[in-house]
Design a protein around this ligand. Structure first.
Ligand code: FES
Ligand code: MG
Length: 578
């Protein structure tokens, strides 16, 4: 029999001195018997439950099923809360607090008697925040996602979370539907527990967690209310106990190869642009080099084969019934399109071992064949040029093909307030050939890089029946949104990037095929404008977390992590507290 590995938690509970007494005694006020402290792996269940994060509001129940699995496998589960990043309620944006949550996770794990951790994730930012924090500790960790909501239902058809809001609001502004009709879809959109059921950021990041190998197969797509979600939670609880003995830490899973797989999968699923930022931040915590060019090298030109909104037709419920992510990975692998089939996953098998026999149901509908894709040019389009020296991104599968190479006159908004104040003005000098430009919505500028990049079109353009224009900003865009939208322009305007000096009437050239974003003025003129640029007022927050954020946040191409959080600091047991 192999010797059992010494447990990290034994440095709390495994001694008979004053400290052991103290650590055990206080825990015993919860009714924990002596034998639970006799060398059982302590499994933290990191819970982002909150009634203010509706997408994660059912997580106490998921935690109960994880606990059953942990107990069955001989571990001892301890559930703990961390800051819950709710996308729908948090203002100015949940992105402002992603790094805060990651710090909470990291310090909670390192400071406590935890041998391994189950990460309960759901809403957009909760997945990267928990993976970032756990990666910086490099403990064994497994992701359990809360699962997507059932299909929305309204007026006899299926509607997708988020996507329907953008669609119906544009239709309402264009005078195509009434206010009553617009508001009547609210309850139908969100009719069960779970996360957004489109291939928005939550579903994308759940798929990324699975493609990275940090969850059991099928974790991404099982609907929140499907009993199989609870079975998966139970099995994950069992598995994490074994991972302690196997010392299967995150660094063995989150390799460069795993990130390459994830980038390819993101293209195949038509995933959110937010994945570019979050994967970079997670990789950074693990010490894995990943940059924008990896997205071009590995993801560009890869067809999108999953026909889900916002790029396509269906929703996550259908995606699961069609075979879910293992089916997509199988399809990639069978066509030699999975870069690293041997990448290790948390169940101890390779990604390919897990997916090679995955059933694919409903041929060519939800999960399409590679020769009949939803879009030929999936992946993330990385753009560079004098307007974005450190890069910008666009999601081709959500864009209008005819606009992906376009030259147009800039209509400039200084910030989101300026945009809102003027976009509906009938006097605004704009038509559908123009390029809408918005500044000061980046990491420092907003602050927090809100999802305002998919600026709604001017009503007078919408009234012509036009539904897309080229839009450029340093903001992000919701994964549920769509359009020919250039995002994440870096450096951002508030940091003095060239975006800051674009003027009304300038011409801008977008060429997604050449990866080019160009402001059509001379170099000399650009340098002159940059030299006389002054930072906008109101950016200098006088204190609190926002001050920390603005002072330390990195630009979009660096994953918007804090400069001092990048890297893996391990989980060495700290000194005693008394
Ligand atoms: Fe939480 Fe979409 S708002 S998942
Ligand atoms: Mg979202």
């Amino acid at each position: 029999m192999t010797e059992k590995r010494p447990l990290r938690s034994a440095q709390w509970f495994g001694t008979t001195d004053k400290n052991g007494f103290m650590y055990r005694s206080w825990m015993k006020n919860q009714g924990i018997p002596d034998h639970e402290f006799q060398g059982k792996p302590i499994i933290g269940i990191c819970n982002t439950w909150s009634e203010l994060t509706p997408c994660n509001a059912h997580f106490r129940k998921i935690a109960e099923h994880v606990k059953k699995g942990v107990l069955e496998a001989g571990g001892f589960p301890v559930e703990f809360p961390v800051f819950s990043n709710g996308e729908s309620n948090l203002r100015p944006t949940a992105m402002l607090t992603r790094n805060l949550a990651s710090m909470d996770v990291e310090e909670s794990i390192r400071g406590n008697p935890i041998d391994a951790v189950v990460l309960l994730t759901g809403c957009d930012k909760t997945t990267p925040a928990l993976l970032m924090g756990a990666a910086s500790c490099d403990v064994p960790a497994i992701v359990v996602t809360g699962g997507p909501m059932l299909n929305g239902k309204h007026n006899g058809r299926d509607i997708g979370a988020g996507t329907i809001v953008w669609q119906m609001h544009e239709a309402y502004k264009g005078g195509l539907i009434s206010l009553d009709e617009f508001l009547s879809a609210e309850a139908g959109m969100s009719r069960s527990a779970g996360t957004c059921n489109t291939m928005g950021t939550a579903s994308t990041m759940a798929c990324m967690a699975e493609a990275l190998g940090t969850s059991l197969p099928h974790n991404a797509a099982i609907p929140a209310v499907d009993s199989r979600r609870y079975v998966l939670a139970h099995l994950s609880g069992m598995r994490i106990v074994d991972m302690v003995q196997e010392d299967l830490r995150l660094s063995k899973v989150l390799t460069k190869q795993a990130f390459e797989n994830a980038i390819r999968v993101n293209a195949a699923i038509g995933g959110s642009t937010n994945a570019v930022i979050h994967l970079k931040a997670i990789a950074g915590r693990m010490g894995v080099e990943l940059d924008l060019d990896d997205w071009t090298r590995i993801g560009r030109g890869m067809p999108t084969i999953v026909d889900l909104q916002p790029s396509g037709r269906f929703l996550m419920e259908e995606f699961y019934y069609a075979g879910g992510l293992p089916a997509v990975i199988r399809r990639l692998g069978e066509n030699q399109l999975l870069p690293n089939p041997d990448a290790l996953t948390v169940n101890g098998k390779s990604l390919w071992d897990n997916c090679a026999q995955a059933p694919i149901y409903g041929e060519d509908e939800v999960i399409r064949a590679l020769d009949n894709p939803l879009r030929e040019d999936g992946g993330i389009c990385v753009l560079r040029g004098n307007l974005a020296p450190s890069g910008a991104v666009l999601k081709p599968s959500a864009a209008t093909p005819e606009l992906m190479k376009h030259r147009g006159r800039a209509v400039v908004f200084e910030d989101f307030d300026d945009y809102k104040a003027r976009i509906a003005d009938p006097e605004l000098d704009v038509d559908e050939t123009c390029v809408l430009v918005m500044k000061n919505c980046g990491p420092k500028g907003y602050p927090g890089m809100a999802e305002v990049g998919n600026m709604g079109l001017p009503p007078k353009v919408l009234a012509k029946g036009i539904t897309d224009m080229v839009r450029i900003s340093d903001a992000r865009m919701s994964g549920t949104a769509y359009g020919t939208v250039v995002l994440h322009v870096a450096p951002e305007a508030a940091a003095g990037g060239p975006l800051a000096v674009v003027r009304n009437g300038d011409f801008i050239e977008l060429d997604c095929f050449a990866g080019r974003l160009h402001l059509d003025i001379s170099d000399a003129e650009l340098q002159e404008r940059l030299a006389s640029w002054q930072a906008p007022q109101g950016l200098l927050w006088d204190g609190g977390y926002r001050r920390l954020f603005v002072d330390h946040v990195l630009q979009a191409d660096e994953g918007c992590d804090f400069d001092f959080l990048v890297g893996c600091r391990g989980a060495e047991v700290p000194r005693h507290s008394h």
